[in-house]
Design a protein around this ligand. Structure first.
Ligand SMILES: [Fe+2]
Ligand SMILES: [Fe+2]
Length: 326
């Protein structure tokens, strides 16, 4: 791999942009991320400006301004960008350098990171696949910092996510108990609409499963594989709707819903990871093992949907004055 070398005449922004344009390992890393994945970039040397990186049309675009819905937010010091520019190896080398700058280095010289998206959205957008592509070096770095499993990683991301909400989003209180009765009425109206939409989407998802089962019953593995890909997209969009709109409303109405939301988010990660695995092993779509795994996934998903509909419907049906926050 070529060294990009020191580029002291460039601003940190120019240097970073150059890495994404020309450095083979950086370009390779970006390809693991799905369309629409985006990160905001802040620089200590230019505190009044913000840029964002976005995957669009198979390319990584650097644009001025904040992303509409970023997954991650980075704040770089000039020294940290200089350090990253010396990465000469593969994805693992870049990832370990970046994590080292985030975790081990003083913020005055390192990188500050905030996680803006829920863990499940990071999984859908390919960040977990990107970490896996980093290989043993990334695993070893994670293990040396107490992150040995996906569960550990999720816990870490959730902690950073919560810290970010409190520390970086000025003027936004994390205390959902501060929601006024009028706001709660508005949220409950939104829940009533969402309850209908969620139930309709669950029906649509079941129809796609029916198509998969029909194709398998006829031995038409090509059609089954197409339907599995469709199912993967549809489930990802459905989870995004729940995580972006329904769950925040559910929590805003009553913070005591946090526990059930936590369970549902955890299930989203597990279910989508398993569906992704099945979609990636589509060559085996007709085998008994694949079918058994798909059946088990559907069983887990049905339980998840039933729990979700119960939580959303029961909250939507509550009279506005019936429940008060603790
Ligand atoms: Fe869900
Ligand atoms: Fe759902």
């Amino acid at each position: 791999m070529p060294e990009t070398g020191s580029r002291e005449h460039d601003s940190p922004l120019d240097l970073l942009a150059e890495l994404f344009r020309r450095h083979p390992a950086w370009c390779d890393a970006a390809r693991y991320l799905e369309e629409g994945a985006s990160s905001d970039l802040l620089f200590t040397s230019q505190p009044d400006a913000v840029w964002h990186l976005e995957r669009r049309g198979g390319e990584t675009l650097l644009r001025s301004g904040a992303a509409r819905d970023p997954d991650l937010i980075f704040r770089f010091t000039p020294k940290s960008v200089e350090n990253l520019s010396h990465a000469s190896g593969d994805i693992g080398d870049i990832a370990v350098r970046l994590f080292h700058l985030v975790v081990d280095v003083d913020p005055g010289e390192g990188v500050e990171l905030r996680v803006a998206a829920p863990f499940s959205r990071l999984v859908r957008r390919g960040y977990l696949s990107l970490l896996a592509a980093g290989g043993l070096r990334v695993l070893a770095f994670g293990a040396s910092h107490g992150v040995r499993t996906v569960h550990d990683l999720r816990g870490l991301v959730d902690r950073i996510h919560r810290a970010g909400a409190a520390a970086w989003v000025a003027g936004v209180s994390a205390a959902s108990g501060a929601v006024s009765p009028a706001d709660r009425r508005g949220l409950r109206l939104r829940m009533r609409r969402a309850a209908r939409e969620i139930a309709a989407q669950h029906d649509q998802l079941r129809e796609i499963v029916g198509e998969i089962n029909d194709a398998l019953a006829c031995g038409d593995t090509a059609s089954a594989a197409d339907s599995v890909a469709h199912y993967c997209d549809a489930l990802g969009a459905h989870f995004a709707l729940e995580e972006d709109i329904v769950f925040p409303a559910l929590h805003g109405i009553d913070p005591r819903n946090g526990k059930v939301i936590e369970t549902m988010l955890h299930e989203h990660v597990m279910l989508f990871t398993e569906l992704r695995r099945l979609a990636d092993t589509v060559d085996e779509v007709g085998t008994a093992d694949w079918r058994a795994a798909f059946y088990e996934l559907r069983r887990s998903l049905s339980l998840h949907e039933a729990r979700e509909e119960t939580a959303v419907y029961s909250e939507a049906r509550q009279p506005d004055e019936a429940r008060q926050p603790d």
